[in-house]
Design a protein around this ligand. Structure first.
Ligand SMILES: Nc1ncnc2c1ncn2[C@@H]1O[C@H](COP(=O)(O)OP(=O)(O)OP(=O)(O)O)[C@@H](O)[C@H]1O
Length: 552
């Protein structure tokens, strides 16, 4: 995707309001440019009058015009400073939120297949894009207005010289950019890769701390990180150097050209004195024109060098946006849940994970699913929960085929306890009443009791208000599992799926959970238990066995 196309798609991801604010920002920047031009024009007019010796009312008028332009430009500059910062940060905020919404909108298979470093890096990329591309582009817009004005004035003053100077500058910029373009593109792409790799390395080091300590591999991890960060820093250095080269080249050659022009003008009839007004105009023009051209050039360079980052953002923003409407009501589930001749093949796999599955569950039944590792138990559970959709066959709820559009309302019937649950760095109560801004204390206590967490809560000085640490590291493995069970029980759902949910529990805790399952079943909950341990099969109405993706 070309930089301009990806720029368009990034901007397209902003809401209509966001784009309107951006248009306002662009308009303000151009107005700022116009005022700067007015300021410069009045300064030139004033100089001309002074140099020409004109006095009286005309001079007073010019001075008043000049003072007015200075004051107005100051006010506009201040307004621009405030508005630019506000609108720019607002645009950055909108972009970051837009990316996060797309991450949250991903379906389960996409989420599982994606690297976690991508969404994290996207936050930095949004800021890089904002300060590295968008703001420089806006400044370039204002600079272009001013540059065109100055050029027009110079053309009017001395066309041949102005044309020669403008031609030289444009040629210099174009040449310098051609020189560094490839380096800029490559280093920009390496910068984007390096940034993601660096985040992935940090995640790896933090996540694998225990393994690194025990394997005596912390120094190796530090070396690996050093290499990754070195490469990233090198890419960034190359990118910044490539961005800076045109400026140096143009400034030095431009200055030399100005000296040559002065010499050439002095050779014309009348000598240096006669050439002074032309030289002053040229010098003033060049002095103002050069930084403007630098600004324009810098923004175009930024577009090239951050092209890879922008493309990543554009690709993420092209993903479907999240539906923010409130969750739909639960799909009626009164009698049966069935899988009919279901196959499932994971993307990139040749063999189906599940084949020819026929499964029939009555409401209120408790069924166990057993089978060796990799036989497809979790895949089957994911199909039942609507996290995966069958590659062939159908899932039927009360005899009606589940359509993709029904999945969110079907999922409102499901509570799930995985083997390795997610535990937030928050209090016990916040983890149990997950995402509920006003936890219902009665339901929390009931869930704590059923999950057998009451002894732990009673023993903690801060009870349910105890923080459990990052990923629940301040709890034992069994306590984490019981916490996940309590979470699943907090929002009572007609279907409870336990996927190796008690693997870390001691016999007494497991017996407690089995009694809780009996109680839930009596209340009409349908329960699907995936287990390797025989003990968990007690109380199940049926035991189904999966082998190599088939029910046997
Ligand atoms: N996201 C995935 N992408 C590709 N293949 C996958 C994915 N998840 C699982 N598989 C494959 O699907 C097959 C079934 O895996 P599944 O996790 O359902 O087995 P399981 O019976 O639950 O195993 P375990 O008892 O070890 O938990 C395995 O061969 C596994 O490698």
């Amino acid at each position: 995707m070309s930089p301009l196309r990806s720029l368009r798609s990034v901007l397209g991801a902003l809401s209509a309001g966001g784009r309107r604010r951006l248009a306002l920002l662009a308009a303000l920047t151009v107005i700022g440019g116009l005022f700067e031009f007015a300021l410069l024009a009045s300064l030139v007019a004033l100089l001309r009058q002074w140099l020409g010796g004109t006095a009286g009312a005309a001079e007073t008028g010019s001075i008043l015009l000049f003072v007015g332009a200075v004051l107005a430009t100051g006010v506009i500059r201040f307004a621009l400073l405030v508005l630019t910062q506000r609108l720019a940060l607002d645009t950055g905020h909108r972009l970051i939120v837009a990316v996060q919404r797309r991450v949250l909108a991903r379906d389960w298979p996409t989420h599982v297949a994606a690297h976690t470093s991508g969404p994290l890096a996207a936050i930095e990329f949004a800021e890089q894009w904002l300060y590295g591309v968008l703001l420089p582009l806006l400044q370039a817009g204002a600079a272009a207005v001013l540059a065109l004005g100055i050029l027009a004035a110079l053309l009017w003053y001395d066309a041949p010289i102005a044309l020669a100077a403008a031609g030289l500058l444009v040629a210099l910029f174009a040449g310098a950019n051609l020189l560094v373009r490839t380096s800029m593109r490559r280093s920009g792409a390496a910068f984007g890769d390096g940034y993601e790799e660096r985040i992935a390395a940090v995640q790896h080091n933090v996540g694998a701390m225990r393994e690194l300590i025990l394997a005596g591999a912390r120094a190796a991890a530090a070396k690996r990180f050093t290499r990754i960060d070195r490469e990233f820093a090198d890419a960034r250095t190359r990118m910044l150097i490539a961005q800076g080269v045109p400026r140096i080249l143009v400034e030095s050659v431009g200055l030399a050209a100005l000296a040559l022009a002065a010499w050439w003008l002095a050779q014309r009839g009348g000598g240096l004195i006669a050439a002074l007004p032309s030289l002053a105009a040229l010098g003033l023009g060049a002095q103002r024109l050069l930084p403007l051209l630098q600004t324009i050039n810098h923004s175009l360079n930024a577009l090239t060098s951050t092209g890879a980052i922008q493309q990543r953002m554009a690709a993420m923003l092209a993903e479907p946006d999240l539906d923010l409407s409130p969750p739909p009501p639960p799909l009626p589930f009164t009698a049966t849940l069935a899988l009919q001749d279901v196959d499932f093949i994971y993307p990139g796999r040749n063999e189906p994970a599940l084949a020819g599955i026929d499964l029939f569950l009555r409401r209120g039944e408790r069924i166990a699913l057993v089978g060796p590792n990799g036989s497809g138990k979790s895949t089957l559970a994911d199909l039942v929960m609507g996290l995966l959709l069958p590659s062939r066959g159908e899932v039927l709820v009360d005899g009606r085929a589940l359509q993709p559009a029904d999945v969110p309302s079907w999922q409102r019937n499901v509570a799930h306890v995985p083997q390795a649950p997610f535990v937030a760095d928050a209090t016990l109560i916040a983890n149990i009443a997950f995402m509920d801004p006003a936890p219902d204390r009665g339901r929390v206590d009931e869930a704590v009791r059923l999950a057998g967490l009451d002894d732990l809560v009673a023993a903690l000085p801060r009870g349910l208000e105890t923080r459990v640490g990052d990923r629940g590291q301040l709890l034992s493995g069994g306590q984490r599992q019981r916490l996940a069970l309590a979470r699943a029980l907090y929002a009572p759902a007609p279907l409870l799926v336990l996927d190796e949910a008690t693997s870390a529990l001691d016999p007494a805790s497991e017996a407690h959970v089995l009694r809780a399952l009996d109680e839930l079943q009596q209340r009409g909950t349908t329960i699907l238990v995936i287990a390797h341990r025989e003990t968990m099969l007690a109380g199940c109405d049926r035991v189904l066995r999966l082998e190599r993706g088939r029910l046997v």
